[in-house]
Design a binder for this molecule. Structure first.
Ligand code: C2E
Ligand code: CA
Ligand code: CA
Length: 742
């Protein structure tokens, strides 16, 4: 290097450029193999002399590399460019008498370069800065050039370099920790594992000041199960692996280091970096980053802090995921729940398409649950869920209530026939074939701009209608149905008025002994005749009254009227007839039911054994314990009990055995099918007798049915063949001259 004249500048520049080139070619940035010292002096000889004096010298195992600036102005520029400059060997007098000191001020105050060590040199004594300045600007040393022998210069530089290294380490550490803290705060805002993992890697690279050449984050699905590990975030060449099993990672080396990290639950620091993030659940997370530079102690230390701090964030993300899970996933079936379905519906609303929402309500589910146990009920739900998911690929299948599923999908897939068809095949539960049906309520989105909850409520309206028909029914929502709801409201008001205006009354249908055709009793049935003379069917208004909370009032009225009627019949000489009264579930649940019953009997002075209450099987399914208790009390009063509509419910034999009932009434659907198949009628009669009950056949319409039932040993029959439900006067006539006897 020759720097004798003014032309030396470019040479030095070249030199510097050379160093830079080497640095990029051989060394990654910030890998400090050399201590960089900037010599600032307007005297070229000084540069040369310094160069000569320090040739071959090393400090702490690293050589010194001198860079050169020939004016304060040039030095300013250099300092900004060289981030890891260790020492400034600075001439005081250059462009001006205090150019050196001005530069010092600039370095400390404007550039905030705290770690950079500054050694001032001056040709002439007398330009020494004030003590204060030395302290304020943190100047390491002040020497006259003549003082600086080779040895002294070296010793002084060694001290300065050491100080620099220490301060720099401090600074880096502080900056690193700040990054970690910032990273944690940033990352905790990221919801979802994948975002978090990506965020971790981004922050990690920022911390290490590297561009990730490749990175992979893998997480175990089950604690300690390496085979279950999946890639949850990846960048660069590994991007395609996101959500794939770790096993599929082609680069064996990376795969094995991630696995080792997960297995041993610790981080590995090397040219490639594998970090372990522990989690409370035990499902560890491992991140692999190719950093392409050696990590020093500081890096490692920071990484450890980083991992510990990220592990907390990781934990939070998992916790959050669990919370989301709880809010949006049904815990039993792991299906989307109502909240989630509403979200999906709202999202679907903006997308155009012909989506249909179907609600599917499992028939008799509470009966299944109560008679066969909750575990069995769960199995039923699982079986149905599995069938729906398999049969409706691509559709959303949600569980939105106890036994109600919601299905959302294109109208070509989600329609009544398809859904009904899906359930036709027997289910297998506990290796037993089981037939399950469900009622369906459907609503087509059909470009309507209705919100999710509105669609859902329409579907509910349709479902409710379907449930009023027989099992397995389906109803598609139509505009008129909203009208139907209004009609029902109208009907309900009408019912209230009718009760007040005595438009509700009782009719009586006779029952006969099949042995000789003599009248054995009558059943009271409620009627509602509207002002216009039209009748409303009890099948229609009784469920309405139950829903509206009117049934207790109506039931009491029926009970008392029936008792009074029976008392009148007794007075008329019909002392052996029994009176059957239908009792609804809502009525039974009234806490004062027994006292109402007792009072009705007392007030009409009836022998209690001539009163018979008809209850349905489904009540046994609702609350067996309550029912058993009530039946005990009813029996204690001497009142009889009949199980109505037997065979249509889901009660099991064991339930039947526990009920104190004296009579079974075979549902009329089994009587009407007797000509084709009389096996159920036969079975029910046999069953009743086995349990010590007498049996009544309902809905007997032909002499053949009566004949067949008599041959089967059925005691009693009721139906249009013998007599229709009649008002008091007609009944008295019928009793005086009864219709067909057998
Ligand atoms: P249910 O208790 O099964 O009553 C028998 C129903 O079958 C009556 O219908 C009766 O008219 C009808 N029926 C009787 N014989 C025949 C026949 O030979 N063929 C056909 N096709 N039908 C026959 P109704 O009066 O319309 O009552 C319907 C249901 O409403 C009753 O079924 C009962 O569950 C309920 N209900 C009626 N009155 C009352 C009441 O006062 N209280 C309660 N809780 N429910 C009542
Ligand atoms: Ca009945
Ligand atoms: Ca019945």
């Amino acid at each position: 290097m020759s720097g004798n004249d003014e032309t030396s500048k470019p040479l030095i520049d070249d030199d510097y450029i050379l160093i830079e080139d080497e640095a990029t070619a051989l060394l990654p940035p910030r890998c400090e193999r050399e201590w960089l010292v900037l010599v600032v002096d307007d005297d070229p000889d000084v540069h040369q002399a310094t160069e000569f004096a320090l040739r071959g010298m090393e400090v702490e195992g690293r050589s010194l590399r001198l860079l050169h600036a020939h004016s304060a102005a040039e030095a300013r520029q250099r300092i900004v460019e060289i981030d890891d400059l260790a020492v400034l060997l600075l001439d005081v007098v250059m462009e001006s008498e205090d150019a050196g000191l001005k530069l010092v001020e600039h370095v400390r105050r404007d550039l905030m370069r705290k770690a950079l060590r500054i050694v001032l040199r001056t040709g002439q004594p007398g330009y020494a800065p004030e003590q204060e300045t030395i302290r304020d600007y943190d100047i390491n040393d002040y020497k006259t050039k003549s003082e600086l022998t080779r040895i002294r210069l070296y010793t002084m530089l060694t001290t300065a370099v050491r100080a620099y290294r220490q301060m720099r380490a401090h600074e880096d550490m502080r900056r690193g920790l700040e990054t970690v803290v910032r990273a944690s705060t940033e990352l905790t805002k990221l919801r979802g594992m994948q975002l978090f993992a990506q965020g971790v890697v981004g922050q990690l690279c920022a911390l290490l000041d590297v561009q990730p050449a490749g990175l992979i984050c893998a997480q175990e699905a089950h604690p300690g199960d390496l085979m279950s590990a999946r890639v949850i975030a990846a960048a660069g060449p590994f991007q395609h692996l996101i959500q794939r099993p770790l096993e599929e990672l082609e680069v064996a080396e990376i795969q094995s280091s991630l696995k080792a990290c997960l297995a041993e639950r610790r981080s590995y620091f090397g040219a490639t970096l594998t970090l372990y993030f522990a989690s409370e659940s035990g499902c560890g997370l491992a991140a692999y980053v190719e950093v392409r530079r050696e990590l020093d102690e500081l890096d490692r230390h920071l990484l450890e802090v980083f991992c510990a701090s990220m592990a907390v964030g990781f934990e939070n993300v998992q916790l959050y995921a669990r919370l989301v899970d709880q809010a949006y996933v049904d815990p039993l079936l792991k299906l989307p729940n109502l909240n989630r379905l509403l979200e999906v519906l709202d999202q679907a609303q903006s997308a155009s398409g012909d989506l249909t929402l179907a609600l599917l309500d499992v028939d008799q589910f509470s009966a299944i649950n109560d008679t066969l146990g909750h575990a069995y009920g769960d199995m039923v739900l699982r079986a149905i869920a599995a069938r729906l998911i398999k049969g409706l690929p691509g559709c959303t299948v949600a569980r939105i209530g106890n036994d109600v599923f919601g299905v959302l999908g294109p109208g070509t897939q989600v329609h009544a026939d398809a859904l009904t068809q899906l359930l036709v095949e027997n289910f297998e539960i506990e290796s037993q074939p089981v037939r399950l049906t469900a009622c369906l309520g459907l609503v087509e989105q059909a470009g309507s701009k209705r919100r999710g909850n509105e669609l859902l409520s329409d579907a509910h309206v349709a479902l409710k209608q379907a449930k009023q028909h027989q099992r397995g029914s389906s109803v598609c929502y139509s505009q008129s149905m909203g009208q139907d709801v209004r009609e029902r409201m109208h009907l309900l008001t009408g019912l209230r008025d009718a009760y007040g205006a005595h438009h509700l009354f009782l009719v009586y249908q006779p029952k006969v002994k099949l042995s000789d055709g003599s009248p054995s009793g009558i059943e009271a049935l409620m009627r509602w005749r509207k002002d216009d003379g039209q009748y409303v069917s009890p099948d229609r208004f009784i469920p309405l009254a139950e829903q509206a909370g009117m049934m207790a009032t109506l039931g009491t009225y029926v009970l008392r009227s029936a008792c009074q009627q029976l008392a009148r019949l007794r007075v008329a000489g019909y002392t052996q007839l029994s009176m059957a009264v239908n009792v609804s579930q809502a009525q039974l649940r009234e806490p004062d039911f027994i006292s109402v019953l007792r009072k009705a009997i007392e007030d009409s002075c009836l022998p209690p054994e001539q009163l018979e209450l008809e209850i349905t099987e489904s009540m046994a399914a609702e609350d067996l314990a309550l029912l058993r208790h009530l039946l005990g009390e009813i029996s204690a009063l001497g009142v009889k009990v009949a199980i109505d509509d037997f065979g249509t419910g889901f009660s099991s034999l064991s339930v039947l055995r526990h009920l104190q009932a004296q009579r079974l009434k075979i549902d009329r659907s089994f009587i009407s099918e007797m000509a084709q198949d009389d096996s159920i009628a036969r079975m029910v009669i046999g069953l009743g007798h086995t349990l010590g009950m007498s049996v009544t056949a309902e809905g007997v319409e032909t002499p053949e049915q009566a004949q067949a039932l008599r041959e089967m040993g059925c005691e009693e029959a009721q139906g249009f063949h013998f007599g229709r439900p009649m008002e008091e006067l007609a009944l008295l006539q019928w009793l005086a001259a009864p219709g067909p006897r057998v």
